[in-house]
Design a protein around this ligand. Structure first.
Ligand SMILES: [Zn+2]
Length: 190
């Protein structure tokens, strides 16, 4: 089965799934059939870069089944080379028509970047990726979450010729989102 969805259909499918998640009534899923159907190949309809926060689970948030979304996750949804490579694999090799960069409210990584201070060197690398956004937003955490998503999208655009090309050809749409814990909603920010 090849994925023939366009970006609009892919986005609608995610937003419909989010409505079900918000209502607390997820669609019934036949995981066995999905596993069987995808055993020889994957055809996800969206590539999603999100934060590793254990409460931010895109499969739940968008109520999707096995094989439907291609995920990249790390603390603070930051972009670096391995992330760019993974994103390129999703959009170019797997042909997902949609790329989402999703931040979330009360993000621990963003909060730490806004507060500053000492941290282990590898965590400092993550903080460094968020620093310019936190400075731009006067260290306001929620504003920084939004600005950081915007900044990471710009980072992907300026560092991936593959993404740029697909976007210019109209084969890829890039959307920024923010997830809220209180009611489980996602909002489009970019
Ligand atoms: Zn986070």
């Amino acid at each position: 089965m090849v994925n023939f969805m366009n970006a609009e259909e892919a986005l609608n499918k995610l937003l419909e799934g989010n409505k079900r998640f918000m209502s607390g009534k997820l669609a019934e899923k036949d995981v066995g059939s999905a596993r069987e159907a995808t055993k020889n190949g994957q055809h996800p309809f969206a590539t999603i870069l999100a934060c590793s926060d254990s409460r931010v689970c895109p499969e739940f948030i968008f109520d999707v089944n096995l094989g439907e979304i291609f995920l990249v996750m790390n603390a603070g949804n930051v972009v670096e080379d391995v992330v760019l490579g993974t994103v390129e694999y999703g959009v170019e090799h797997l042909h997902t028509p949609l790329l989402i960069v999703m931040g979330h409210e009360k993000c621990g990584a963003v909060t730490a970047a806004c507060q500053g201070g000492e941290c282990p060197p590898k965590i400092a690398v993550i903080m460094g990726k968020i620093k310019s956004s936190s400075e731009k937003c006067s260290c306001d955490v929620e504003k920084t979450v939004n600005e950081h998503v915007k900044c990471m999208i710009e980072n992907i655009r300026s560092n991936s010729e593959t993404v740029n090309k697909l976007e210019k050809e109209g084969k890829l749409k890039i959307i920024g989102m923010k997830y809220y814990f209180e009611d489980g909603r996602v909002e489009i920010t970019e």
